[in-house]
Design a protein around this ligand. Structure first.
Ligand code: MBD
Ligand code: FE
Length: 282
């Protein structure tokens, strides 16, 4: 790959996710029973033991793995690594008991407390924010088809270079993040820019692993959303772009066919995309 001069750095992104996670994490509350801890940890360890046996893992490989895990922690990349390689299966299990609009993974770059915006809004962005303008419209309804007024679309996305505000030192705080509140008919219209695909930082432990394994470090371009309204279950999801690079080969395995937008070119230079959300009772 050629060097562009703006390749994402681990220090600027993946590593910051640890601080954000620790600052915003809600404590689980109750304690987990010893039976549950034992069952889950036993299953995880037996998966590891089995991999060592079938692959005949050597002492040098074992020590290299230990070294890499130490670096993953020191680099603050546990959230990045887990959300890229593990979260999609946790989400798959959660989805078994969920209805309405399908969800997908949260990822490491959500920040709470973005400003609330009216139903027709432009996401906070720099005066000359680069990228193709995108008008994203839709309606939030319940499972019976009734509009949900006052629903919140908590939206966050990468910019035209694939960077997230709060995780890239050169971006203003809150860039391309906002909570759009639906109108009396449950509708919204948010103006933003089309995000670029996201590249896992290549200079940190997660990027090192990906390179060592000969994999690619890309996620397709996506919008992140949490849709919430009183009395309904929150939906955490992402929307992708039809025909976009990596849509069929996401390093985080978090795409779903139901979550692909089909934007149209409007009369002007702007893309227009529509997506309706269905919320189920809490
Ligand atoms: C992302 O932007 C993302 O959405 C996920 C899930 C992991 C890493 C970066
Ligand atoms: Fe993302």
């Amino acid at each position: 790959m050629t060097t562009t001069g703006n390749a994402p750095t681990a220090a600027g992104s993946g590593a910051n996710a640890t601080k954000s996670f620790q600052a915003t994490r809600q404590h689980a509350g109750g304690t987990t029973s010893p039976e549950r801890v034992s069952a889950v940890v036993r299953a995880v360890l037996s998966g590891v033991h089995q991999a060592i046996r079938t692959e005949k893992v050597t002492y040098p490989e074992y020590q290299a793995a230990k070294q890499w895990l130490i670096e993953l922690g020191e680099g603050g990349e546990w959230p990045l690594f887990l959300d890229v390689f593990v979260e999609h299966v946790v989400e798959e299990v959660a989805a078994e008991t969920q209805h309405g609009t399908v969800g997908t993974i949260l990822g490491p770059y959500y920040l709470p407390d973005a400003p609330k915006l009216p139903s027709v809004s432009t996401l906070p962005m720099r005066p000359n924010e680069k990228g193709t303008p995108l008008v994203f419209t839709g309606q939030v309804r319940d499972t019976a088809g009734n509009p949900v007024p006052g629903a919140e679309l908590d939206l966050w996305q990468a910019d035209d270079e694939g960077y997230y505000s709060g995780f890239a030192p050169h971006l203003p705080e809150g860039n391309l993040r906002g909570v759009i509140v639906t109108d009396a008919e449950g509708r919204f219209e948010v103006t933003t820019i089309r995000p670029a695909p996201y590249q896992i930082p290549t200079d940190g432990p997660t990027g090192n692993l990906i390179e060592a394994a000969g994999w690619h470090p890309w996620r397709p371009a996506h919008l992140h959303l949490i849709v919430r309204a009183g009395g309904f279950r929150d939906i955490t999801t992402q929307l992708y772009f039809e025909g976009g690079q990596w849509v069929d080969d996401d390093v985080a395995q978090a795409t779903k066919p139901e979550l692909v937008l089909a934007p149209r070119q409007g009369e002007d230079a702007r893309l227009r995309a529509r997506y309706d959300f269905v919320l189920e009772p809490a």
